[in-house]
Design a binder for this molecule. Structure first.
Ligand code: ADP
Length: 741
């Protein structure tokens, strides 16, 4: 019988439904902890919507600790299912009854458009279902009256990234990681034998995974549902592969989305593509269908922090909602949580397959958003080998500052994209001082082959920047080598050097060319573009390191202080803490006091005494001058009262070392294409501005370099305004149990 144990506390339930997706656990964890923190009772529904229909122990009360140690796990720990019962009125009536028995009238659903639609059908029919339950005597009238509305919020869990209304769906980034692991592996074996591979990836109606995998994997050709190839595509594809080989490529990769068709709507299968290539090129061609590995494995860093934000927002949404609340989709736009009316997003999403079916491809592409459309064109330009350029400008590329994974990707994209625009592209080895030394080489299309996923920086980078005495030599080099424009791919020191040269530019004739800085640093401490190239890779390295650390330490009572890079910028520390479920984060932006540390150690002692086995703190390398990682560890150990031991862990240069992640590769490619286009436009217009890449709602822009003076705190080498600091309340809400605060 229904009880009313929780008259004053809202009760919410969270479930995962439809296809599983890595990152769902992060949503569930955030929903549970946020709701508890907001004073609600929380239930987890096991096995998706079917769990609602079944009731019993499929709907379980969750506590703070119920969602401990789930962030790193793939799939969904509360299970998911497809439910035919839920499609029936009888099934939904039972579901309503099971919720009312527990006083639950608020739901967060993580699933695809099917699950979100089903939940909305449930919500819309709720008053009638209640009336039927009252009529049948199953539910007392006063209980039904108290819970007259069902409040819902949806988070999209789908590896396909197929939902309108959110830039990313939960799981899509991890799926890209899995796909790129496979493509990188295939590329190396294919290169050894000069072989071609056809790789089929998921995406029945959505080409996101295929397109981004093709860009990040350096593929030659891609087939996606929204943009079917024109008639004669077989010739086009074979010509492209032939030209690529002639220009020095050793391997060829064609990526096919499972829903790819031709312009007449006829399916293009991966075996068909293989047969075309084998017949016409006379090559040994292999097909790899990636299948369910794309769904599996540990979530990427992005699929931990972003779903955490989404779950946090979704929980607050339903806990705080009034009875006339309109169902919301909690999604992401430009790295911010973004709300849209749920069914509006679902309906717009469902229109896309219909548009594709009707051959209205232009509209289908437009519905995917402008950056998707841009990337289709960028891919086309960089994948095609170009004739040796003539008549264009001479554009030089160099690096500056610390190493950032993705630097090679940016150079590769700039070289190929620049050539597609008819420019001669020059690579400068050894940063600005390499320019002075004349270490300048023309880079052809084939020279950058294989650079797309290569960590490090083939052109080399340096922190040392030219002094004012060397400006003259820099200017002379720019003139002597007839350089018409300069692309600087680098971090703070590069930005600062360009800024300082700009101040003096009128005095040096060689400086009257356009210059643009592309943000590449793991620290994410630059103005303009919000996530610098390399930061996502570093974050993934941190997450991988801490995952292993946690496993090693679970058996003993141990506290770890993990030191991460970032100079004075706490981005990697805070995001790393969100990704790994750290209990505490130390940032320079907040400072560290002795009072903080003694409060921390008091809490640690209490919580280890109460059964905790592991405590994780992430410390930015410059969080405090005096309270170094070592000092912190000693202090904690000294005050541990024998409850735990303490270990430091300095991740160090591991963070700069990895191969760039899919995100870093895609963004590096996109920004490089943007920068080359901007430089071309400057050259055509006869202007020579100096700029760095900014962002207008997620689209790249060029900001004048002189704005650096206002935007950057140069003593601390970080922007005065840092968007991600707004994520601190989420960290605070999830890290510490309310009783311990
Ligand atoms: P996804 O959520 O990944 O799109 P499905 O389309 O299989 O996955 O939907 C998941 C579940 O949502 C279905 O098994 C069903 O229980 C429920 N569902 C989907 N559409 C409806 C609907 N129109 N009415 C009721 N339930 C639905």
């Amino acid at each position: 019988m229904p009880t009313a144990t929780n008259q004053h506390r809202p009760a919410i339930a969270v479930l995962t439904s439809g296809g599983d997706a890595p990152g769902m656990n992060a949503v569930v964890r955030a929903v549970v902890r946020t709701a508890i923190g907001a004073g609600a009772e929380v239930y987890a529904v096991f096995e998706g919507l079917q769990g609602l229909v079944d009731g019993g122990d499929r709907i379980r009360r969750f506590e703070w600790r119920s969602v401990g140690s789930v962030l790193h796990r793939g799939g969904t720990v509360i299970g998911t299912a497809r439910s035919t019962d839920f499609r029936t009125r009888d099934g939904r009536r039972r579901a309503a009854q099971h919720l009312l028995e527990r006083g639950i009238d608020r739901l967060v659903v993580v699933g695809g458009d099917g699950s979100l639609t089903g939940t909305d059908v449930f919500r819309a029919g709720w008053p009638e279902l209640l009336a039927e339950l009252v009529e049948a005597g199953t539910v007392p009238a006063e209980i039904a009256a108290r819970h007259g509305h069902l409040v819902i919020a949806g988070v999209v869990g789908s590896i396909d990234n197929d939902m309108v209304g959110t830039d990313m769906t939960v799981g899509a980034d991890t799926a890209l990681h899995r796909i790129l692991e496979a493509i990188d592996a295939l590329a190396s074996t294919a290169a050894s034998h000069q072989r071609s591979f056809v790789v089929e990836v998921m995406g029945r109606h959505c080409g996101y995974l295929a397109l981004m995998a093709a860009i990040a994997g350096g593929a030659d050709y891609v087939l996606i549902p929204e943009n079917p190839p024109a008639e004669g595509w077989e010739d086009d594809m074979c010509t492209r592969l032939r030209e690529g080989r002639a220009a020095g490529r050793r391997e060829s990769i064609v990526v096919v989305a499972e829903g790819a068709t031709d312009r007449d709507g006829r399916a293009i299968t991966s075996t068909q593509v293989r047969d075309v290539l084998a017949d016409r090129l006379g090559e040994d061609v292999r097909v790899t269908i990636l299948g369910h590995v794309q769904r599996g494995g540990a979530p990427s860093a992005y699929d931990r922090w972003m779903p955490t934000l989404l779950g946090h927002a979704a929980a607050l949404e339903v806990v705080q909602a009034g009875p006339d609340h309109e169902p919301q989709l909690i999604g992401v736009r430009d790295n911010r949580v973004y709300r849209t009316p749920l069914m509006d997003a679902v309906e717009r999403t469902r229109q896309i397959p219909q548009l594709i079916e009707a051959g209205r491809y232009r509209e289908a592409m437009a519905a995917r958003g402008s950056s998707f459309t841009d990337m289709v064109e960028v891919f086309d330009r960089i994948a095609r080998a170009h004739e040796a350029p003539s008549g264009g400008a001479r554009i030089a590329v160099l690096h500056g500052g610390g190493l950032a994974p993705g630097m090679n990707t940016a150079v590769r994209a700039a070289v190929r994209f620049g050539q597609s625009r008819g420019h001669t592209m020059l690579g400068v080895t050894g940063s600005f001082l390499g320019l002075v030394d004349g270490r300048i080489d023309e880079l052809a299309w084939g020279d950058v082959d294989g650079w797309v996923g290569l960590g490090g920086a083939e052109l080399g980078t340096r922190r040392r920047m030219p002094t004012m005495e060397q400006y003259y030599a820099v200017s002379r080099a720019l003139e002597n080598y007839d350089i018409d424009a300069l692309l600087v791919v680098g971090g703070h020191w590069a930005y600062q050097a360009v800024y300082e040269m700009h101040v003096e530019r009128d005095r040096y004739p060689g400086f009257s060319i356009p210059v643009i800085c592309l943000p590449a640093t793991i620290d994410n401490n630059l103005p303009g573009w919000e996530t610098t190239i390399g930061a996502d890779t570093a974050l993934n390295e941190i997450v991988a390191g801490v995952d292993r650390l946690k496993q090693s330490a679970m058996a003993s009572q141990r506290a770890f202080v993990v030191e991460v890079m970032g100079r004075y910028c706490g981005y990697l520390a805070l995001l790393g803490a969100l990704c790994t479920g750290a209990e505490r984060v130390y940032l320079h932006e907040e400072g560290v006091t002795l009072a903080d540390l003694s409060q921390d150690v008091e809490r640690m002692v209490a919580s280890f005494r109460a059964g905790r086995r592991f405590h994780l703190a992430i410390r930015n390398e410059s969080a405090s001058e005096g309270y170094t990682t070592d000092v912190m560890c000693r202090l904690f150990a000294e005050e541990s009262q024998g409850e735990f031991d303490v270990r430091p862990m300095v991740l160090g240069h591991l963070q700069q070392g990895g191969n760039p992640t899919p995100f870093d590769r895609v963004h590096a490619t996109r920004l490089a294409a943007y920068c080359v286009d901007w430089l071309s436009a400057q050259i055509s217009a006869g202007t020579s501005q100096w700029a760095f890449v900014g962002s207008d709602h997620g689209r790249p822009t060029a900001e004048p370099i002189r704005a650096m003076a206002d935007l950057v705190d140069s003593a601390l080498a970080r922007p005065r305004e840092q968007w991600w600091l707004a994520l601190r309340p989420v960290m605070a809400a999830l890290a510490t149990e309310p009783d311990d605060r």
